[in-house]
Ligand binder design. Structure first.
Ligand SMILES: Cc1cc2nc3c(=O)[nH]c(=O)nc-3n(C[C@H](O)[C@H](O)[C@H](O)COP(=O)(O)OP(=O)(O)OC[C@H]3O[C@@H](n4cnc5c(N)ncnc54)[C@H](O)[C@@H]3O)c2cc1C
Length: 454
């Protein structure tokens, strides 16, 4: 065998598996196969001038490479079992929290020291939310910020690079079962190992589904979250973001009883494009460094869509809606809340006239031509509810970018060790469908590394 353990994917799941394997068993031969580039070579070509929209690079530098989808993220590590994944259902609630705290300690050791840990414990906003039909979820959140998150990744790579073999620009085509282990089949060669950890994240969702089909590993899925990214002047939410940084608020719509939630709040942040399998959707991030901050805050409002039999392709449904916005707007569409309510499209001049400057160069348009009525009604309902705890949310100039889609990977059948039906073949992180966040993905990496080295 080439390796004791091969890890496929160098996102947080893969990185923290490698870290813990080496820490607990320094003599283990560990290899990491990554489709994308090393951190310093990851560069999205969109510069806002020559290249304004996504050109569908062979490997997306936002989603792939050392650090995975999290590399240029806001670096918000939420320490909670309430959202971010269902890892606790496999490994237990206390272990899950303990591992997320351990990940936080590592992040502090590798450059995150001095960043703030926010908490909802004892917050006065819980009461205020409940009074208006809103529910504030419990969490502690470490905000590294895009800049410090990058520094932590640089430091982790510097620590790991002489102890682990990294292969970049090396997409694994498939995984084969061989005598005594596994072979990761790449374009030019194969690498063999005794144990294999698959951590391919969201960008590897289709790959994961195919490989599970080839290896006859059961998968299941029935959920996709669809919505918009809201951008408004940072003052509107500053009383919440100053105390909590990120508030995860859930609202049940009066008309349909659907749940709408806030997601990924970025005070003084920027709205960005996200490319998932060639479809352009929207996301957001913010910097810890005040010099890089903007005057706007952004967050997503998402409606969860669960499907029942016979429909099974929930991601396909989300993709179709995102494609529609890409078709109409050539990418992401933006619309002022006031225009949406008045039933008119936003135009470049209407955006120009508003009191807020958008942080993403998106196409002004009409989101009601893209989002299903039920979803749009829920979002509008929630914006009015949020206006009661953060007056100004429902202002005319509040910008909505669409669409934001949270694709959930197929949930791969694994046992409580996160091991498939094959001994020594583990699936972790967002690629497993079990985690959807930095902290849960990282914790799942630590967990399997401990299973392997115990
Ligand atoms: C813009 C943005 C902002 C975000 N902000 C936050 C945030 O603030 N907080 C939060 O909790 N979460 C955030 N997220 C989500 C978070 O980044 C993910 O939950 C997390 O990165 C998942 O980690 P992972 O290791 O499971 O997968 P990923 O980070 O997706 O890493 C998977 C890696 O596997 C590689 N790979 C895929 N297929 C193959 C293959 N066949 N062969 C070899 N390599 C392969 C990919 O190139 C990738 O590098 C954000 C995501 C984005 C895109």
């Amino acid at each position: 065998m080439n390796y004791d353990v091969l890890i496929i994917g160098a996102g947080p799941g893969g990185i923290f598996s490698a870290y813990e394997l080496i820490k607990r068993s320094p003599d283990l031969k560990v290899g990491v196969l990554e489709a994308g580039y090393p951190l310093e070579k990851r560069k999205c070509p969109i510069d806002g001038k020559k290249i304004k929209t996504c050109i569908n690079c062979k490997t997306c530098s936002i989603m792939s490479g050392f650090g995975g989808a999290g590399a240029f993220s806001d670096g918000k590590y939420n320490i909670t079992n309430d959202f971010g994944g269902t890892l606790h259902e496999y490994i237990g609630k206390s272990t899950s929290i303990e591992l997320m705290k351990y990940v936080d300690e590592i992040n502090m050791l590798y450059g995150g020291e001095g960043t703030r840990l926010y908490s909802t414990a004892g917050s006065q906003f819980k009461k205020k939310c409940v009074q208006h039909g809103l529910h504030l979820l419990d969490a502690s959140v470490r905000h590294l910020g895009t800049d410090i998150n990058y520094v932590v990744l640089e430091n982790l790579y510097a620590y790991l690079k002489d102890k682990v073999d990294f292969y970049f620009d090396t997409p694994v085509q498939t995984v084969r079962i061989i005598d005594g282990g596994y072979a990761a089949v790449c374009d030019a060669c194969e690498y063999t190992c005794k144990k294999c950890i698959i951590s391919v994240g969201r960008s590897g969702s289709k790959w994961m589904e195919r490989v599970c089909g080839e290896l006859d590993i059961p998968v299941s899925s029935n959920r996709v979250d669809i919505g918009v990214r809201v951008e408004l002047p940072c003052e509107v939410f500053s009383h919440l973001t100053d105390e909590l940084y990120e508030s995860k608020i859930v609202y049940r719509t009066s008309k349909y009883g659907d749940k709408v939630r806030t997601f990924c709040m970025n005070p003084k942040g920027a709205v960005v494009n996200e490319n998932t399998n060639g479809i352009i959707t929207v996301n957001g991030h913010s910097y810890e460094d005040p010099a890089k901050q903007t005057e706007n805050t952004n967050f997503a409002l998402l409606v969860a869509k669960h499907f029942s039999e016979p429909f099974r392709d929930s991601n396909g449904y989300g993709e179709s809606i995102a494609r529609l916005s890409n078709m109409l707007g050539g990418g992401v569409i933006m619309q002022r809340f006031g225009d949406l309510i008045r039933g008119q499209r936003s135009t470049p001049s209407r955006i120009e006239e508003s009191f807020m400057t958008p942080t993403l160069n998106a196409t002004p348009g009409d989101l009601s031509l893209v989002l299903p009525k039920r979803i749009l009604d829920g979002i509008i309902d929630m914006i009015y509810a949020l206006d009661k705890i953060a007056p100004g949310t429902a202002n005319d100039d509040t910008l909505l970018y669409g669409v934001e889609v949270k694709f959930y990977n197929m949930e791969v059948a694994v046992n409580n060790d996160l091991q498939t039906k094959y001994d020594g073949l583990y699936v972790i992180g967002d690629g497993s469908g079990i985690t959807h966040s930095l902290s849960h993905a990282s914790a799942s990496g630590i967990y399997v590394a401990r299973q392997i080295t115990q």
